[in-house]
Design a protein around this ligand. Structure first.
Ligand code: HH2
Length: 285
């Protein structure tokens, strides 16, 4: 399985780590830390050195209750960092739902559009369809960031998430955006209860199938805080655990803040998988 993006065809035979770069003053776990363009760029370089396979640049926080960022401000934060990040030798994703930001980012050489609105904003689908080969990540969100924490989904999240993303992927296919370009994401924490988030992890296999690769974004999320009692800055271990569990359950990409630790954990998983194959004889020369 591969993820076709603008400049890179990413081989998903091995799980891939997407490193989060928040160019924002208010992100829930690292707001303000990498705000200036040069600090953000240093962070990009650091994540690549730690083994990030993909960088995900976001200039608007989706923290529950956060007001939207005006277009000009998002572009001002994002573009100077993106301009340099595309020279780092790894695919660069842009976390945005605004079609104008998508267009400008793709023109500057971004490889992937990562949209928490799954290209539902007017003009977003067109902005991606106009590009011959960029990748896209479609995420499930119930409600919208301003209010989702007050009115989470009801009922069994798993079939609802599955049906929503299948429908969105169908719309993209109809617009000429093939399956190899599209990755799906259950949207951990986006308008879901703690129980629903864990149901999406425990029963992740029910989401797979349909031929799309899946991405999971558990890093430092509040559900991990709820079950561990740990504040956001102390959620490294639960975040790595959740990333590992989601890869074991079939996710091909994990979106994380803590790249070095996640890469190390995935090496343990890979060594285990390889030993298992040796035993079955599949891996012997
Ligand atoms: N989570 C966040 C933002 N973008 N994109 C995808 N595809 N999947 C996710 O789970 C996801 C996402 C929220 O996390 P973060 O970027 O760390 O925080 P903030 O939105 O406050 O900047």
């Amino acid at each position: 399985m591969h993820w076709q993006t603008a400049r890179f065809r990413i081989d998903l035979a091995q799980p891939r780590v997407m490193g989060i770069v928040n160019v924002t003053p208010d992100s829930f776990s690292d707001g303000g830390r990498y705000q200036g363009a040069s600090a953000a760029l240093r962070h990009c370089e650091q994540l690549v050195a730690q083994g990030a396979d993909i960088l995900d640049l976001g200039a608007e926080s989706t923290r529950p209750g956060t007001p939207p960022v005006p277009l000009d401000e998002e572009l001002e934060r994002l573009l100077p960092v993106l301009r340099e990040a595309v020279g780092l030798g790894v695919p660069v994703s842009v976390d945005t739902y605004k079609p104008e930001v998508m267009r400008r980012a793709l023109d500057l050489g971004a490889d992937i559009v990562n949209d928490i609105w799954a290209l539902r904003q007017p003009g977003a689908l067109d902005a991606v369809a106009r590009h011959p080969s960029c990748g896209v990540c479609l995420m499930h969100m119930h409600g919208e960031p301003q209010t989702m924490h007050r009115a989470p989904m009801e009922g069994d999240a798993v079939p609802q998430v599955q049906a929503f993303l299948a429908e969105r992927a169908g719309k993209l296919a109809a617009a000429g955006i093939g399956r190899e370009r599209v990755v799906l994401d259950p949207g951990i924490g986006f308008g879901k209860t703690v129980a629903q988030n864990f149901a999406l992890l425990a029963r992740q296999h029910e989401l797979l199938g349909g031929g799309h690769a899946w991405l999971a974004g558990w890093s430092r999320k509040s559900s991990l805080g709820q079950v561990t009692g740990l504040p956001v800055q102390e959620r490294l271990v639960p975040s790595v655990a959740a990333a590992l569990l989601s890869v074991e359950r079939g996710a091909r990409i994990v979106r994380v803040h803590d790249v070095r630790e996640t890469v190390a954990a995935l090496k343990v998983l890979a060594a285990t998988a390889s030993a298992e194959q040796d035993k079955t004889g599949k891996n012997t020369p």
